[in-house]
Write a protein that binds this ligand. Structure first.
Ligand code: CMC
Length: 429
Protein backbone atom coordinates (compact mmCIF):
# COMPACT_ATOMS: atom_id res chain seq x y z
CA UNK A 1 0.00 0.00 0.00
CA UNK A 2 1.36 3.43 -0.91
CA UNK A 3 2.25 5.75 1.95
CA UNK A 4 -0.05 8.70 2.74
CA UNK A 5 -0.06 11.60 5.19
CA UNK A 6 -3.16 12.38 7.22
CA UNK A 7 -4.11 15.87 8.31
CA UNK A 8 -6.97 16.54 10.71
CA UNK A 9 -8.62 19.94 10.33
CA UNK A 10 -11.71 20.98 12.26
CA UNK A 11 -12.30 17.35 13.18
CA UNK A 12 -12.17 16.10 9.60
CA UNK A 13 -9.38 13.86 8.34
CA UNK A 14 -7.80 14.33 4.93
CA UNK A 15 -5.26 12.12 3.21
CA UNK A 16 -2.43 13.32 1.00
CA UNK A 17 -0.04 11.27 -1.12
CA UNK A 18 3.59 10.84 -0.09
CA UNK A 19 6.19 11.06 -2.84
CA UNK A 20 9.59 9.37 -2.71
CA UNK A 21 12.52 10.74 -4.69
CA UNK A 22 15.12 8.56 -6.40
CA UNK A 23 17.45 9.00 -3.40
CA UNK A 24 14.61 8.05 -1.04
CA UNK A 25 13.81 11.59 0.13
CA UNK A 26 10.18 11.99 1.17
CA UNK A 27 7.63 14.71 0.48
CA UNK A 28 3.96 15.18 1.27
CA UNK A 29 2.18 16.23 -1.92
CA UNK A 30 -0.11 19.04 -0.79
CA UNK A 31 -0.88 20.35 -4.29
CA UNK A 32 -4.60 19.66 -3.65
CA UNK A 33 -4.60 20.97 -0.06
CA UNK A 34 -6.38 24.25 -0.62
CA UNK A 35 -8.87 22.77 -3.07
CA UNK A 36 -9.94 20.07 -0.61
CA UNK A 37 -9.55 21.79 2.78
CA UNK A 38 -9.54 25.56 2.13
CA UNK A 39 -6.25 25.77 4.06
CA UNK A 40 -2.80 26.72 2.83
CA UNK A 41 0.60 26.00 4.41
CA UNK A 42 2.84 28.76 5.79
CA UNK A 43 6.59 28.32 5.34
CA UNK A 44 8.60 31.58 5.26
CA UNK A 45 11.84 31.17 3.34
CA UNK A 46 10.47 27.86 1.97
CA UNK A 47 12.56 25.96 4.52
CA UNK A 48 10.32 22.88 4.25
CA UNK A 49 8.75 23.37 0.85
CA UNK A 50 9.71 21.62 -2.36
CA UNK A 51 8.83 23.80 -5.34
CA UNK A 52 9.39 21.17 -8.02
CA UNK A 53 10.47 17.63 -8.84
CA UNK A 54 13.85 17.94 -10.51
CA UNK A 55 16.25 15.45 -12.09
CA UNK A 56 19.28 17.75 -12.19
CA UNK A 57 21.10 18.03 -8.86
CA UNK A 58 21.01 15.87 -5.75
CA UNK A 59 22.09 17.37 -2.46
CA UNK A 60 22.22 15.65 0.93
CA UNK A 61 22.98 18.39 3.45
CA UNK A 62 23.39 16.06 6.43
CA UNK A 63 26.08 13.99 4.74
CA UNK A 64 27.66 16.66 2.57
CA UNK A 65 26.75 15.00 -0.74
CA UNK A 66 26.43 16.94 -4.01
CA UNK A 67 25.86 15.27 -7.39
CA UNK A 68 25.01 16.64 -10.82
CA UNK A 69 22.84 14.15 -12.75
CA UNK A 70 24.22 11.38 -10.51
CA UNK A 71 27.93 12.25 -10.87
CA UNK A 72 29.73 13.28 -7.67
CA UNK A 73 31.02 16.84 -7.46
CA UNK A 74 34.42 15.53 -6.35
CA UNK A 75 34.81 13.48 -9.52
CA UNK A 76 33.51 16.17 -11.85
CA UNK A 77 35.79 18.83 -10.30
CA UNK A 78 38.76 16.50 -10.72
CA UNK A 79 38.12 15.08 -14.19
CA UNK A 80 35.69 17.16 -16.25
CA UNK A 81 35.89 20.38 -18.23
CA UNK A 82 33.38 23.13 -17.47
CA UNK A 83 31.83 22.70 -20.93
CA UNK A 84 31.24 18.98 -20.30
CA UNK A 85 29.52 19.84 -17.02
CA UNK A 86 27.47 22.58 -18.71
CA UNK A 87 26.31 20.06 -21.33
CA UNK A 88 25.54 17.51 -18.60
CA UNK A 89 23.41 19.96 -16.62
CA UNK A 90 21.51 21.23 -19.63
CA UNK A 91 21.01 18.02 -21.65
CA UNK A 92 21.07 15.37 -18.91
CA UNK A 93 24.04 13.24 -20.05
CA UNK A 94 27.78 13.70 -20.43
CA UNK A 95 28.48 14.53 -24.09
CA UNK A 96 30.33 12.11 -26.36
CA UNK A 97 33.19 13.54 -28.43
CA UNK A 98 30.95 14.53 -31.33
CA UNK A 99 28.35 16.19 -29.10
CA UNK A 100 31.02 18.10 -27.18
CA UNK A 101 32.66 19.29 -30.40
CA UNK A 102 29.31 20.54 -31.69
CA UNK A 103 28.51 22.24 -28.37
CA UNK A 104 31.94 23.93 -28.14
CA UNK A 105 31.72 25.00 -31.76
CA UNK A 106 28.28 26.53 -31.33
CA UNK A 107 29.31 28.38 -28.14
CA UNK A 108 32.51 29.63 -29.75
CA UNK A 109 30.60 31.11 -32.67
CA UNK A 110 28.35 33.24 -30.49
CA UNK A 111 30.94 34.90 -28.25
CA UNK A 112 30.77 38.38 -29.82
CA UNK A 113 28.25 40.88 -28.49
CA UNK A 114 26.56 43.58 -30.55
CA UNK A 115 28.79 46.65 -30.92
CA UNK A 116 25.95 48.88 -29.65
CA UNK A 117 26.35 47.28 -26.24
CA UNK A 118 29.62 49.18 -25.89
CA UNK A 119 27.53 52.34 -25.66
CA UNK A 120 25.63 50.88 -22.69
CA UNK A 121 28.93 50.23 -20.94
CA UNK A 122 30.12 53.78 -21.69
CA UNK A 123 27.06 55.10 -19.87
CA UNK A 124 27.81 53.28 -16.60
CA UNK A 125 29.68 55.36 -14.00
CA UNK A 126 33.27 54.41 -13.28
CA UNK A 127 33.31 51.96 -10.37
CA UNK A 128 29.78 50.68 -11.14
CA UNK A 129 29.31 47.31 -9.45
CA UNK A 130 29.97 44.61 -12.08
CA UNK A 131 26.95 42.58 -10.91
CA UNK A 132 24.68 45.55 -11.68
CA UNK A 133 26.28 45.87 -15.11
CA UNK A 134 26.07 42.12 -15.79
CA UNK A 135 22.43 41.82 -14.79
CA UNK A 136 21.48 44.80 -16.99
CA UNK A 137 23.52 43.60 -19.95
CA UNK A 138 22.11 40.08 -19.83
CA UNK A 139 18.55 41.48 -19.73
CA UNK A 140 19.38 43.74 -22.67
CA UNK A 141 20.40 40.73 -24.81
CA UNK A 142 16.67 39.98 -25.16
CA UNK A 143 16.28 43.25 -27.09
CA UNK A 144 18.95 42.22 -29.61
CA UNK A 145 17.53 38.72 -30.05
CA UNK A 146 13.72 39.06 -30.05
CA UNK A 147 13.32 35.40 -31.09
CA UNK A 148 14.22 34.62 -27.44
CA UNK A 149 10.74 35.84 -26.53
CA UNK A 150 9.55 32.77 -28.37
CA UNK A 151 5.87 32.38 -27.46
CA UNK A 152 5.74 29.18 -29.57
CA UNK A 153 8.64 27.64 -27.65
CA UNK A 154 10.40 26.74 -30.86
CA UNK A 155 13.20 24.33 -29.98
CA UNK A 156 15.69 25.85 -32.46
CA UNK A 157 15.17 29.32 -30.98
CA UNK A 158 15.49 28.00 -27.42
CA UNK A 159 18.66 26.14 -28.33
CA UNK A 160 20.20 29.21 -29.97
CA UNK A 161 19.24 31.40 -26.99
CA UNK A 162 20.85 28.98 -24.51
CA UNK A 163 24.06 28.80 -26.52
CA UNK A 164 24.18 32.55 -27.10
CA UNK A 165 23.85 33.24 -23.39
CA UNK A 166 26.61 30.79 -22.41
CA UNK A 167 28.81 32.28 -25.13
CA UNK A 168 28.19 35.95 -24.39
CA UNK A 169 28.19 36.07 -20.62
CA UNK A 170 32.02 35.84 -20.26
CA UNK A 171 32.36 38.57 -22.91
CA UNK A 172 30.00 40.84 -20.95
CA UNK A 173 31.65 39.98 -17.61
CA UNK A 174 35.10 40.84 -18.99
CA UNK A 175 33.75 44.08 -20.50
CA UNK A 176 32.38 45.07 -17.09
CA UNK A 177 35.87 44.54 -15.65
CA UNK A 178 37.54 46.51 -18.44
CA UNK A 179 35.05 49.34 -17.96
CA UNK A 180 36.16 49.83 -14.38
CA UNK A 181 39.87 49.50 -15.13
CA UNK A 182 39.73 51.83 -18.14
CA UNK A 183 41.59 49.31 -20.28
CA UNK A 184 40.49 48.58 -23.87
CA UNK A 185 38.01 45.75 -24.30
CA UNK A 186 39.29 42.60 -25.94
CA UNK A 187 37.40 40.68 -28.59
CA UNK A 188 36.96 36.94 -27.96
CA UNK A 189 39.55 34.52 -29.33
CA UNK A 190 37.84 31.44 -30.61
CA UNK A 191 40.80 29.06 -30.60
CA UNK A 192 40.92 29.19 -26.79
CA UNK A 193 38.93 27.10 -24.32
CA UNK A 194 35.84 28.68 -22.71
CA UNK A 195 37.83 29.54 -19.58
CA UNK A 196 40.97 30.50 -21.55
CA UNK A 197 38.96 32.87 -23.72
CA UNK A 198 37.49 34.53 -20.62
CA UNK A 199 41.02 34.98 -19.22
CA UNK A 200 42.15 36.49 -22.53
CA UNK A 201 39.26 38.99 -22.49
CA UNK A 202 39.94 39.87 -18.83
CA UNK A 203 43.71 40.22 -18.81
CA UNK A 204 44.72 40.51 -22.46
CA UNK A 205 45.65 43.89 -24.01
CA UNK A 206 45.70 44.65 -27.75
CA UNK A 207 49.47 45.24 -27.86
CA UNK A 208 50.40 41.83 -26.45
CA UNK A 209 49.78 38.20 -27.29
CA UNK A 210 48.12 36.95 -24.09
CA UNK A 211 49.35 33.53 -22.95
CA UNK A 212 46.83 31.50 -20.96
CA UNK A 213 48.45 30.27 -17.74
CA UNK A 214 47.38 26.60 -17.34
CA UNK A 215 47.44 26.84 -13.52
CA UNK A 216 44.89 29.67 -13.56
CA UNK A 217 42.85 28.04 -16.34
CA UNK A 218 42.62 24.80 -14.40
CA UNK A 219 41.71 26.58 -11.13
CA UNK A 220 38.94 28.56 -12.82
CA UNK A 221 37.65 25.44 -14.57
CA UNK A 222 37.34 23.76 -11.17
CA UNK A 223 35.72 26.78 -9.52
CA UNK A 224 33.14 27.10 -12.30
CA UNK A 225 32.27 23.39 -11.99
CA UNK A 226 31.87 23.67 -8.21
CA UNK A 227 29.44 26.55 -8.66
CA UNK A 228 27.58 25.15 -11.67
CA UNK A 229 24.37 24.10 -9.92
CA UNK A 230 22.94 23.80 -6.43
CA UNK A 231 19.33 22.72 -6.89
CA UNK A 232 16.58 25.14 -5.75
CA UNK A 233 18.70 27.89 -4.15
CA UNK A 234 17.61 31.55 -4.07
CA UNK A 235 18.89 32.57 -7.53
CA UNK A 236 17.85 29.32 -9.24
CA UNK A 237 14.36 29.51 -7.75
CA UNK A 238 14.25 33.10 -9.01
CA UNK A 239 15.19 31.98 -12.53
CA UNK A 240 12.49 29.30 -12.44
CA UNK A 241 9.81 31.60 -11.01
CA UNK A 242 10.54 34.39 -13.52
CA UNK A 243 10.70 31.81 -16.33
CA UNK A 244 7.39 30.29 -15.19
CA UNK A 245 5.60 33.42 -16.44
CA UNK A 246 7.11 32.52 -19.85
CA UNK A 247 9.54 35.44 -19.62
CA UNK A 248 12.50 34.84 -21.94
CA UNK A 249 15.71 33.15 -20.80
CA UNK A 250 17.80 36.36 -20.79
CA UNK A 251 15.35 38.14 -18.47
CA UNK A 252 15.02 35.08 -16.24
CA UNK A 253 18.81 34.76 -15.86
CA UNK A 254 19.17 38.51 -15.37
CA UNK A 255 16.81 38.18 -12.39
CA UNK A 256 18.89 35.22 -11.16
CA UNK A 257 22.03 37.36 -11.30
CA UNK A 258 20.28 40.01 -9.20
CA UNK A 259 19.27 37.39 -6.62
CA UNK A 260 22.80 35.98 -6.53
CA UNK A 261 24.26 39.42 -5.80
CA UNK A 262 22.98 39.56 -2.20
CA UNK A 263 25.56 38.95 0.58
CA UNK A 264 23.53 36.06 2.04
CA UNK A 265 23.84 34.23 -1.30
CA UNK A 266 26.63 34.60 -3.92
CA UNK A 267 27.60 38.05 -2.70
CA UNK A 268 29.03 36.32 0.37
CA UNK A 269 32.31 35.69 -1.49
CA UNK A 270 32.92 39.44 -1.70
CA UNK A 271 31.71 39.94 1.89
CA UNK A 272 34.09 37.22 3.21
CA UNK A 273 37.20 38.92 1.82
CA UNK A 274 35.99 42.32 3.05
CA UNK A 275 35.47 40.79 6.51
CA UNK A 276 38.90 39.10 6.52
CA UNK A 277 40.54 42.33 5.41
CA UNK A 278 38.73 44.26 8.15
CA UNK A 279 39.92 41.70 10.74
CA UNK A 280 43.47 42.14 9.48
CA UNK A 281 43.26 45.93 9.40
CA UNK A 282 41.77 46.26 12.87
CA UNK A 283 44.10 43.70 14.41
CA UNK A 284 41.52 42.86 17.12
CA UNK A 285 41.45 39.28 18.48
CA UNK A 286 39.46 36.79 16.40
CA UNK A 287 37.37 35.93 19.43
CA UNK A 288 35.87 39.43 19.43
CA UNK A 289 34.54 38.83 15.86
CA UNK A 290 33.15 35.45 16.89
CA UNK A 291 31.48 37.10 19.89
CA UNK A 292 29.92 39.73 17.64
CA UNK A 293 28.59 37.02 15.29
CA UNK A 294 26.96 35.28 18.27
CA UNK A 295 25.47 38.48 19.70
CA UNK A 296 21.79 38.63 18.67
CA UNK A 297 21.73 42.42 19.16
CA UNK A 298 24.52 42.80 16.58
CA UNK A 299 23.61 42.32 12.89
CA UNK A 300 27.14 41.08 12.09
CA UNK A 301 27.34 37.47 10.85
CA UNK A 302 30.43 35.45 10.15
CA UNK A 303 30.35 35.65 6.37
CA UNK A 304 31.14 32.38 4.59
CA UNK A 305 29.69 30.36 7.48
CA UNK A 306 26.41 28.48 7.52
CA UNK A 307 24.17 27.13 4.84
CA UNK A 308 20.46 26.54 4.46
CA UNK A 309 20.98 22.91 3.50
CA UNK A 310 24.49 21.80 4.57
CA UNK A 311 24.53 21.23 8.31
CA UNK A 312 27.72 19.15 8.57
CA UNK A 313 30.05 20.32 5.87
CA UNK A 314 29.87 21.85 2.42
CA UNK A 315 31.65 19.42 0.02
CA UNK A 316 32.46 22.33 -2.30
CA UNK A 317 34.27 24.15 0.53
CA UNK A 318 36.49 21.10 1.14
CA UNK A 319 37.53 20.98 -2.52
CA UNK A 320 38.05 24.75 -2.66
CA UNK A 321 40.13 24.84 0.53
CA UNK A 322 42.55 22.34 -0.99
CA UNK A 323 42.49 24.16 -4.35
CA UNK A 324 43.30 27.45 -2.57
CA UNK A 325 46.37 25.88 -0.98
CA UNK A 326 47.47 24.40 -4.34
CA UNK A 327 46.89 27.58 -6.36
CA UNK A 328 48.69 29.81 -3.87
CA UNK A 329 51.63 27.39 -3.78
CA UNK A 330 51.77 27.07 -7.58
CA UNK A 331 51.60 30.82 -8.10
CA UNK A 332 54.00 31.48 -5.22
CA UNK A 333 51.48 33.78 -3.51
CA UNK A 334 51.66 34.25 0.25
CA UNK A 335 48.36 35.76 1.34
CA UNK A 336 48.10 36.71 5.04
CA UNK A 337 44.32 36.74 4.63
CA UNK A 338 44.44 32.97 4.07
CA UNK A 339 46.11 32.54 7.46
CA UNK A 340 43.38 34.64 9.10
CA UNK A 341 40.74 32.53 7.34
CA UNK A 342 42.29 29.32 8.65
CA UNK A 343 42.54 30.66 12.20
CA UNK A 344 38.95 31.93 12.10
CA UNK A 345 37.73 28.56 10.87
CA UNK A 346 39.60 26.85 13.72
CA UNK A 347 38.11 29.14 16.39
CA UNK A 348 34.56 28.93 14.98
CA UNK A 349 34.59 25.15 14.57
CA UNK A 350 35.45 24.77 18.25
CA UNK A 351 32.80 27.17 19.45
CA UNK A 352 29.64 25.72 20.97
CA UNK A 353 27.40 28.28 19.18
CA UNK A 354 28.62 27.31 15.72
CA UNK A 355 28.74 23.57 16.46
CA UNK A 356 25.20 23.48 17.88
CA UNK A 357 23.75 25.30 14.86
CA UNK A 358 25.72 23.28 12.31
CA UNK A 359 27.53 26.38 10.99
CA UNK A 360 30.53 25.38 8.85
CA UNK A 361 32.55 27.19 6.20
CA UNK A 362 30.62 27.25 2.93
CA UNK A 363 31.78 27.48 -0.71
CA UNK A 364 32.29 31.22 -0.44
CA UNK A 365 34.67 31.08 2.50
CA UNK A 366 37.70 30.08 0.44
CA UNK A 367 36.73 30.93 -3.15
CA UNK A 368 37.54 34.63 -2.69
CA UNK A 369 41.08 33.76 -1.60
CA UNK A 370 41.70 31.95 -4.89
CA UNK A 371 40.12 34.78 -6.91
CA UNK A 372 42.39 37.28 -5.12
CA UNK A 373 45.44 35.16 -5.88
CA UNK A 374 44.39 35.11 -9.54
CA UNK A 375 44.26 38.92 -9.59
CA UNK A 376 40.48 39.29 -9.76
CA UNK A 377 39.18 42.39 -7.95
CA UNK A 378 36.84 41.82 -5.00
CA UNK A 379 33.76 43.28 -6.66
CA UNK A 380 34.15 40.78 -9.54
CA UNK A 381 33.97 37.71 -7.24
CA UNK A 382 30.20 37.31 -7.49
CA UNK A 383 30.44 37.72 -11.27
CA UNK A 384 32.74 34.68 -11.24
CA UNK A 385 30.08 32.80 -9.26
CA UNK A 386 27.46 33.85 -11.83
CA UNK A 387 29.60 32.59 -14.73
CA UNK A 388 29.88 29.23 -12.99
CA UNK A 389 26.17 29.04 -12.07
CA UNK A 390 24.95 29.89 -15.58
CA UNK A 391 24.61 26.30 -16.93
CA UNK A 392 22.67 25.36 -13.79
CA UNK A 393 20.25 28.26 -14.26
CA UNK A 394 19.82 27.32 -17.92
CA UNK A 395 19.33 23.61 -17.16
CA UNK A 396 16.75 24.42 -14.48
CA UNK A 397 14.93 26.91 -16.73
CA UNK A 398 14.87 24.30 -19.52
CA UNK A 399 13.54 21.59 -17.20
CA UNK A 400 10.83 23.93 -15.87
CA UNK A 401 9.83 24.92 -19.41
CA UNK A 402 9.79 21.34 -20.73
CA UNK A 403 7.68 20.18 -17.77
CA UNK A 404 5.28 23.05 -18.48
CA UNK A 405 5.28 23.94 -14.81
CA UNK A 406 2.55 26.35 -13.68
CA UNK A 407 3.33 30.00 -13.01
CA UNK A 408 5.06 30.42 -9.62
CA UNK A 409 2.64 32.23 -7.40
CA UNK A 410 2.74 31.60 -3.64
CA UNK A 411 -0.17 32.39 -1.35
CA UNK A 412 -0.05 34.37 1.90
CA UNK A 413 -1.78 34.71 5.23
CA UNK A 414 -3.12 38.25 5.25
CA UNK A 415 -2.51 40.10 8.54
CA UNK A 416 -3.46 43.67 7.55
CA UNK A 417 -6.52 45.79 8.32
CA UNK A 418 -9.96 44.38 7.65
CA UNK A 419 -12.36 46.33 5.43
CA UNK A 420 -12.82 50.00 6.38
CA UNK A 421 -14.35 53.09 4.78
CA UNK A 422 -12.23 55.65 2.91
CA UNK A 423 -11.55 58.83 4.93
CA UNK A 424 -11.33 62.13 3.01
CA UNK A 425 -7.97 63.97 3.34
CA UNK A 426 -9.36 66.82 5.46
CA UNK A 427 -11.02 64.40 7.89
CA UNK A 428 -7.85 62.40 8.60
CA UNK A 429 -6.11 62.78 11.97
N1 CMC B 1 27.08 33.81 11.67
C1 CMC B 1 26.46 33.76 12.87
N2 CMC B 1 25.30 33.13 13.11
C2 CMC B 1 24.73 32.50 12.08
C3 CMC B 1 25.31 32.48 10.79
C4 CMC B 1 26.53 33.17 10.61
N3 CMC B 1 27.12 33.19 9.40
N4 CMC B 1 24.51 31.78 9.94
C5 CMC B 1 23.47 31.36 10.67
N5 CMC B 1 23.58 31.80 11.95
C6 CMC B 1 22.69 31.48 13.08
C7 CMC B 1 21.41 32.29 13.01
O1 CMC B 1 21.55 33.50 13.75
C8 CMC B 1 20.43 31.33 13.64
O2 CMC B 1 20.63 31.36 15.05
P1 CMC B 1 19.38 31.12 16.06
O3 CMC B 1 18.88 29.74 15.76
O4 CMC B 1 19.96 31.29 17.40
O5 CMC B 1 18.39 32.19 15.71
C9 CMC B 1 20.88 29.95 13.14
O6 CMC B 1 22.29 30.11 12.92
C10 CMC B 1 20.21 29.49 11.87
O7 CMC B 1 20.39 30.52 10.88
P2 CMC B 1 19.31 30.94 9.81
O8 CMC B 1 19.59 32.33 9.37
O9 CMC B 1 17.94 30.61 10.33
O10 CMC B 1 19.66 29.90 8.67
P3 CMC B 1 19.25 30.04 7.16
O11 CMC B 1 19.20 28.67 6.63
O12 CMC B 1 18.01 30.86 7.02
O13 CMC B 1 20.44 30.90 6.51
C11 CMC B 1 22.49 31.47 5.51
C12 CMC B 1 21.50 30.34 5.81
C13 CMC B 1 23.54 30.96 4.52
C14 CMC B 1 21.75 32.64 4.85
C15 CMC B 1 23.17 31.93 6.81
O14 CMC B 1 23.88 30.86 7.39
C16 CMC B 1 24.09 33.14 6.61
O15 CMC B 1 23.62 34.28 6.68
N6 CMC B 1 25.43 32.91 6.39
C17 CMC B 1 26.35 33.99 6.08
C18 CMC B 1 26.23 34.38 4.61
C19 CMC B 1 26.87 33.36 3.69
O16 CMC B 1 27.99 32.92 3.91
N7 CMC B 1 26.15 33.01 2.62
C20 CMC B 1 26.65 32.11 1.58
C21 CMC B 1 25.89 30.83 1.53
S1 CMC B 1 26.73 29.59 0.50
C22 CMC B 1 26.67 30.24 -1.10
C23 CMC B 1 25.34 30.08 -1.71
O17 CMC B 1 25.08 29.02 -2.29
O18 CMC B 1 24.54 31.00 -1.64
Amino acid sequence: MSETARIILEGQEYEFPVLTGSENEKAIDISKLRGTTGYITLDPGFKNTGSTQSGITYLDGENGVLRYRGYSIEELAEKASFMEVAYLLIYGELPNKEQLDYFNDSITHHTLVHENMKRFFEAFPLGAHPMGMLSSMVASLSTFYPESQNPNRDITDIEKTMHRLIAKMPTLAAQAYKHNTGLPTMYPKNDLSYVGNFMHMMWGVPSEDYKVDPVIESALNKLFILHADHEQNCSTSTVRVVGSSQANLYSSVSAGIAALWGPLHGGANQAVIEMLEAIRAEGTPLQSWIDRAKDKTDSFRLMGFGHRVYKNFDPRARIIKKAADDVLAQLGVNDPVLDIAKQLEEVALNDEYFVQRGLYPNVDFYSGIIYRALGIPTDMFTVMFALGRLPGWIGQWKEMTENREPIGRPRQVYTGATQRAFVALNDRA
